[in-house]
Design a protein around this ligand. Structure first.
Ligand SMILES: [Zn+2]
Length: 80
């Protein structure tokens, strides 16, 4: 799976969270597996590319590397 697909899914999820809560997201916390195929830098490059010129380009992303668990997970969302 290419990261662009992953990021599309993340943005779908975030849009859904915003419409559900009627609040704007300012920050997300994610975990990346140390043993996964995606590095933090690679993920951020793709995220920047996909969200360039959209309202998501200003989103703060806090990445934590984990030894165990899924390759990628959103663990927390902070609203404005
Ligand atoms: Zn890539």
């Amino acid at each position: 799976m290419h990261e662009t697909h992953l990021i599309d899914n993340i943005l779908k999820y975030l849009k859904n969270e915003e419409s559900k809560t009627r609040r704007k997201i300012k920050k997300i916390h994610v975990t990346l597996s140390e043993f996964g195929a995606i590095t933090a830098q690679h993920f951020l490059e793709h995220f920047k590319e996909v969200t360039s010129g959209t309202k998501w380009s200003g989103l703060t992303i806090v990445i934590k590397k984990v030894k165990y668990g899924p390759e990628f997970e959103i663990t927390k969302i902070n609203f404005k």
